[in-house]
Design a protein around this ligand. Structure first.
Ligand SMILES: Cc1cc2nc3c(=O)[nH]c(=O)nc-3n(C[C@H](O)[C@H](O)[C@H](O)COP(=O)(O)O)c2cc1C
Length: 342
């Protein structure tokens, strides 16, 4: 007999099957949190490693970093891993807000448990947001741009939401204004990629998460999703220079006042909010962080931005060409039981 409350997904189902209309307001909070974790895991993560675990305890959820999914060559300090966990936290928080679950979010709440990266505690409930389904659907349809941008011009108003976002003290997203600055950032990314491709350890680790056999797994990047455009093409300044009518994409940079784990979590959080807001407007983004691992490239980009904050993530936003979605692990693979720690 099925013991689950109506509308709650089985923990073995693909989170990609989650549907807003299945949200059951009558279910206990802990069940609803499990349902909403299906949205959290649709967050972007470096190489789709999905380096997170969740622990639901009554009315609260712990998000833990799963360091067994680290990328030691590409991401030696786990910066990308924590940005990914920050993105999962931001996505979960946005989903909770959409369904009217008032909550407190604290990053790194317990110094004795460094892998406990965030705790979200539900403290009350109000009405569903008017466009709650739109928000949940934007989380579902968000995808990293891999096959390039449509030849569709952006209007200045398409990007206003980035400028209007009030920033937290730990991270913010800056839109690059001038075409010349954008070209300079894109050239820096291209230079970093050229340098990285000469590092066989980097190439090998990269390949191990984009291997053709990944088509059968629930993590990593299936070859299909990565086939048509290389990183150099996606991040090429060509589109900017050729299209005299305006821009089909805009570059934004997530920056933070210092360069510590809390800033990485916050950067991922802010990035996820921007990506979901972009999704509501039909926009998607290419995401890249590894050029910023190269100090010379990072300093070049910070100089272009005229900032003394640290550049954490590079985004290129526009209307994406169609591309297959990447897979996700089922909840059964990412849920810990209360009292069970690793
Ligand atoms: C911290 C971080 C770093 C990423 N770096 C890259 C990258 O270098 N190149 C790339 O194509 N995508 C990058 N991505 C996007 C991921 O590959 C993507 O989120 C993941 O494969 C899941 O696919 P989806 O975003 O389409 O759901 C990055 C994402 C995050 C969160």
């Amino acid at each position: 007999m099925n013991q689950r409350p109506a509308g709650i997904l089985a923990t073995s189902q693909s989170p990609r099957d989650v549907r807003p209309q299945d949200y059951d307001r009558a279910a206990p909070i802990s069940e609803r949190l499990k349902y909403l974790i299906n949205y959290a895991v649709l967050a972007p993560s470096t190489h789709n490693t999905q380096p997170w675990l969740f622990r639901v305890n009554g009315d609260s959820v712990d998000i833990l970093a799963d360091r067994s999914r680290a990328l030691p060559v590409i991401d030696p300090e786990d910066r990308g891993l924590l940005i990914s966990c920050g993105a999962a936290s931001g996505t979960l928080s946005t989903a909770l807000e959409a369904v009217g679950l008032i909550h407190n979010l604290s990053f790194l709440p317990d110094p004795s448990e460094p892998d406990l990266v965030a705790r979200i505690a539900v403290v009350g409930e109000i009405a569903l947001e008017t466009d709650w389904m739109g928000t949940l659907n934007a989380i579902r349809s968000r995808k990293t741009v891999r096959n390039g941008f449509q030849d569709r011009l952006l209007r200045p108003s398409d990007m206003q939401f980035i400028e209007e976002r009030t920033v937290s003290g730990e991270a913010s997203v800056r839109l690059i204004d001038s075409v010349q600055d954008e070209v300079d950032v894109l050239r820096a990314i291209g230079d970093a990629e050229t340098e990285r491709l000469t590092d066989k350890h980097y190439v090998r680790e990269n390949a191990s998460w984009t291997h053709p056999l990944r088509n059968r797994s629930r993590d990593g990047i299936p070859e299909l999703a990565n086939r048509t455009a290389s990183i150099q093409e996606i991040w090429s300044p060509g589109n900017l220079l050729e299209n005299k009518m305006g821009s089909i994409s805009r570059v934004a940079v997530v920056v933070s006042p210092s360069n510590r784990p809390l800033n990485w979590l916050r950067s991922g959080f802010e990035m996820s909010i921007i990506l979901i807001e972009a999704g509501k407007r039909g926009l998607n983004a290419a995401i890249i962080i590894h050029p910023l691992q190269i100090q010379e490239i990072r300093l070049r980009i910070e100089a272009i931005l005229k900032t003394d904050w640290t550049a954490q993530v590079l985004l290129r936003l526009g209307f994406a060409e169609r591309a297959p979605l990447t897979p996700r692990r089922a909840l059964v693979d990412v849920m810990l039981h209360p009292g069970f720690s690793r």
